[in-house]
Design a protein around this ligand. Sequence first.
Ligand code: URA
Length: 246
Amino acid sequence: NTIHATPTTLGANAMATDSSDVRDGLIQQLETDRLLGARAVPIVPSAGAAKALTKLNTEQVIDCTKCSLCKTRTQTVFGVGNPAARLVFVGEAPGFEEDRQGIPFIGRAGDLLTKMIIAMGLKRDDVYICNVLKCRPPDNRDPSPEEITECSPYLFEQLATISPQVIVALGAPASKTLLNTDETIGHLRGKFHDFRPTGASLEDAPIPLMPTYHPAYLLRSPNQKPKTWSDLQMVMAHLGLKPPAR
Ligand code: URA
């Protein structure tokens, strides 16, 4: 009897998970099994994913010097959350606060993203959150095409490792990078697109990707929030999620 339990919490802090996170995650999954009287999936893949993410971060991302952002960053911002997440949010790049603390989406836009996640009936620890760029562009300028080219392989590897059931791309840079398109976010949002992780064959089922507006844009244009909520409701329907009771 296989039950797709709510993803368990692994590695809730800034840096990628280490072996104690993996152990805690396994204990939590076994506890979920016990409560449900059934196997919550997947134990081995999630432990493997946690390890693979840690390896990617520590061996490649933390000391990356592939573009000039390494000269101005305080630290890299790899990603946080559940390595076995069913849902991954991808933003653009770390901002001031993210660069200082090493955690994605913790400034004002991050607060709004957290509210969006809670409105979907989830917690930040249930999902995985990362960005196209792992370093902050000075003064929060837009990422350059060269920076995206150098940095996006890390993102593609994160997504291939986690292999979520749905990806939400927040804003134009994330949506355009993941879908390899120049379409505007206004055109892209509101429907699922096929995302194929690097190395996936055409026979592998693609991962549904929902582009939506970036929380920082929603803070400037709150009248667009209903459109994003409608996008997120499509994601919830896909995952079988219900909003929390009020
Ligand atoms: N914080 C992030 O981590 N990413 C963004 O895209 C914006 C703010």
